[in-house]
Ligand binder design. Structure first.
Ligand code: IMP
Ligand code: MG
Length: 399
């Protein structure tokens, strides 16, 4: 019998589904990374969340912020799929399709699973009312109705896209031609040997089961959710690419152990333009958290990492990395992130002063930047395949 041959980190499976997930609290820059990886895939599929997501892509002077349509939209050959595990706001989707059509994008490539659920106006109303009722304990949701739509799904009171498009209203009529049998759509393409890229939304630490509950979103965001959200088996999954920002941000309330409350946090926000894509809210900013990184790597079974926004750190003389947690002097893990007694131990490393946005190879990065990226890879326990050094599509450094 021939023994199985295990591929090392970066090799590509010949067929099947690869997954891209954010390993922090969202806003890692997944959009532009999906846009890049998408060139090698036949289908780009969203598997969870809804228009709480805001994925931005910058190509030349065009800036696109996508909420529902997968970030492969600007890759002409790829089919775009909004999977069964998502919740879809019809008005947002139609707006996005119109914007893409204006840009000359062929939107007939966009298909929506008949099993995706619909986010209705009453969900958004309920979302905002629930937040108000929480008072000081508010989660800081995006207010788009995502939570209530998932509640209705689980309560068996939701509306499927399949049923929604039979309504006689302009949005339903407009979307009817895009709705397909979501199970057959993916299964047929896997059978045909198509390469599928599953695009995660939000981030690992916002996962409803494994994030900083209750300060989380209402869906699973980890790589395993691609199976549920697309209707495929675990055996279909090949690579799992973790997108990791070179520092941490969080929008909304909830634990953030390495948060900075001083001018260094302000500086990260300013240099990183850390304001919400969907809500415009300023994002909370802090140091890279290696404890959270290791936790996320375990939850996702990463095969490789992509480090984003490294350029934002240029000019910091010293950088800190959160390396250990402790509660009352005892070592703790990310599970203790919500404990008010939590203390983070940091390791200081050298920064670099020069701009790095023109670097295209790892060896062109300053030595301190290479060391810093190495530390992130070590924390996640996987090779770093790519580093983004600017907002534009071409601003990437490769090994
Ligand atoms: P919801 O998903 O609107 O219910 O919001 C729940 C939490 O997830 C809030 O803290 C939001 O700020 C956060 N959140 C939801 N979607 C995103 C995202 O795409 N990026 C970053 N944070 C998000
Ligand atoms: Mg975002």
């Amino acid at each position: 019998m021939t023994p199985a041959i295990w591929s090392s980190g970066l090799s590509k499976p010949s067929r099947g589904v690869d997954v891209i997930v954010g390993i922090q609290w969202g806003d890692e820059g997944k959009g532009r990374i999906v846009d890049l990886y998408a060139q090698d895939y036949d289908v780009i599929a969203r598997f969870g969340g809804g228009d709480n997501a805001g994925h931005s892509i910058v190509v030349g002077n065009t800036e696109l912020a996508l909420r529902i349509v997968p970030s492969g939209a600007l890759v002409p050959h790829a089919e775009l799929f909004v999977g069964s595990g998502t919740v879809v706001n019809p008005a947002t989707l139609v707006q996005e399709l119109d914007r893409l059509a204006d840009l000359g994008v062929d939107i007939s490539r966009l298909k929506v699973s008949d099993r995706a659920h619909v986010v209705l106006e009453r969900h958004a109303v309920a979302d905002r009312a629930a937040e108000e009722a929480r008072g000081a304990g508010a989660i800081g949701t995006t207010g788009r109705g995502i939570g209530p739509a998932y509640v209705d799904k689980v309560a068996r009171a939701g509306t499927l896209m399949r049923d929604y498009v039979r309504h006689d209203d302009p949005l339903a009529r407009r979307l009817a031609g895009h709705v397909v049998d979501g199970v057959a759509f993916i299964a047929d393409r896997i059978r045909a040997g198509k390469r599928i890229l599953a695009e995660g939304a939000q981030g690992t630490l916002l996962d409803v089961g494994f994030g900083t509950y209750p300060y989380v979103t209402s869906s699973h965001t980890i790589a395993g959710a691609a199976c549920i959200g697309l209707g495929i088996g675990p055996t279909a999954i090949g690579r799992v690419i973790g997108v990791v920002k070179a520092y941490c941000t969080r929008v909304g309330a909830g634990p953030f152990p390495t948060e900075l409350h001083d001018e260094r946090g302000e500086r990260l926000r300013r240099q990183g333009d850390e304001f919400g894509t969907v809500t415009g809210r300023p994002r909370r900013c802090g140091w890279f958290d290696a404890v959270a990184g290791a936790y996320a790597a375990d939850l996702n079974g990463l095969t490789e990492a992509v480090v984003t926004k490294l350029d934002v750190l240029s000019g910091f003389e010293r950088l800190s990395i959160g390396t250990h947690y402790a509660v009352d002097g005892d070592a703790a893990g990310f599970g203790e992130a919500s404990d008010s007694r939590l203390q983070v131990r940091y390791e200081e490393v050298a920064g670099w002063s020069e701009p790095i946005d023109a670097c295209r190879r790892f060896e062109e990065l300053p030595a301190a930047a290479r060391t810093y990226v190495g530390r992130i890879g070590d924390a996640l326990g996987v090779p770093v395949a790519l580093v983004s050094v600017g907002r534009e599509r071409s601003q990437l450094a490769r090994p």
